[in-house]
Design a protein around this ligand. Structure first.
Ligand code: SF4
Ligand code: SF4
Length: 343
């Protein structure tokens, strides 16, 4: 298997194991910077971050200045409008301490309506094209949890890269989407190889994602030890062992019935409960740390969840037949226990 790839029509050559910049928000600044420098020192040459990841851009900027090596930097913004995303490009450049960002992405384009806004006149895509003409960014990409949105992006041919969720718990993207993207010369960046913290076994998760040749995989890590674990796997034999395949089968079996895929088909909830966020609370705490429970939007989501009337509307729409009202109650109880232990 090739350990370097050309990222679609961007023409950029990168090592297939990149660095996801979400988790470095939750450690000290020193640890975050040291982790990034450590990864670059080992050969990581693609780092992804976002305007939405609080301190991540700033910390990566400081690490890059210290590391002094050529690294491809990708960042992104959720701003849907041209002017606002153009301003975000300026902020990203400042935070990352760079004159130019190699890849700027429209971040988390939720559904086809959002996609239309982003790509219509005055939308974020236009703002990024302007930044590209000004020489501030080199390439424009898109990220989404919706394969439908990303597939439309492929058909429109506007974006040079797509960032898609893919793991052995969420393998749908491999059915037709990733092969289609690769065949039309779009760079494919795989996120959520650990399904947002639900999968704890690094080796089967990474090998499973890396098995799709031609893709770039960007697991997030927050410390050197976790990076070393991933890097060792990447450097070794990438074929899944029988034992790892058994682990995958076992996890699929155990989690399959109770695992939220964040597709939002269960919406709208009449009580406006953000179901996927409430069901994903444990993995969010695992990924970002218990401090996330103090964030206002998380508190609001949980307050809303307490108002669940158990009407069952969501349950009927969930394609995975999740017992949503029961899971909501269970997660609220878990949060209350976790908060109690923190006090
Ligand atoms: S059961 Fe609860 S979460 Fe589901 S739609 Fe009804 S109120 Fe919303
Ligand atoms: S509860 Fe079901 S329908 Fe709702 S986001 Fe999760 S997997 Fe999708």
């Amino acid at each position: 298997m090739k350990r370097k790839i050309i990222l679609g029509r961007t023409g950029i050559e990168v090592t297939r194991l990149g660095f996801g910049g979400i988790p470095i928000q939750r450690v000290s600044e020193i640890e975050a910077i040291e982790t990034v420098i450590h990864a670059i020192g080992h050969g990581v040459d693609f780092i992804d971050t976002s305007r939405a990841y609080t301190t991540s851009e700033t910390r990566i900027g400081r690490a890059l200045a210290e590391a002094g090596k050529e690294v491809v930097v990708a960042t992104k913004s959720q701003q849907p409008g041209a002017d606002k995303i153009r301003k975000d490009v300026d902020i990203s450049l400042k935070e990352l301490k760079r004159d130019k960002i190699e890849l700027y992405q429209c971040h988390f384009v939720r559904d086809l309506d959002s996609y239309r806004k982003v790509t219509s006149k005055g939308g974020a895509f236009e703002g990024l094209c302007k930044a590209r003409e000004e020489g501030l960014i080199e390439h424009v990409g898109i990220t989404s949890h919706s394969i439908e949105v990303l597939d439309r992006a492929l058909d429109d041919g506007l974006f040079e890269t797509v960032m898609v969720c893919y793991s052995f718990l969420e393998p749908k993207a491999a059915e037709y989407f990733i092969p289609k993207a690769l065949s039309c010369g779009t760079g494919v960046i795989i996120m959520k190889v650990f399904s947002g913290g639900v999968i704890e076994e690094a080796s089967p998760a990474l090998k499973y994602a890396l098995a799709i040749e031609g893709t770039l995989v960007i697991p997030g890590v927050e410390n050197k030890a976790l990076f070393d674990e991933n890097w060792k796997i990447f450097q070794g034999d990438l074929a899944l062992t029988q034992e790892e395949q058994n682990e995958i089968d076992c996890l699929r079996e155990n989690l399959g019935k109770q695992f939220c895929r964040r597709c939002d088909y269960c919406q709208p909830c009449p009580e406006e409960i953000p179901i996927q966020h409430v069901l994903g609370i444990k993995s969010m705490v695992k990924r970002i740390g218990p401090a996330v429970l103090d964030k206002e939007w998380v508190k609001t989501a949980l307050d809303k969840a307490r108002e669940c009337t158990e009407c069952g509307t969501c349950k009927e729409k969930c394609p995975y037949e999740l017992p949503i009202p029961d899971l909501i109650k269970e997660n609220i109880r878990w949060v209350e226990r976790t908060c109690g232990e923190r006090r």
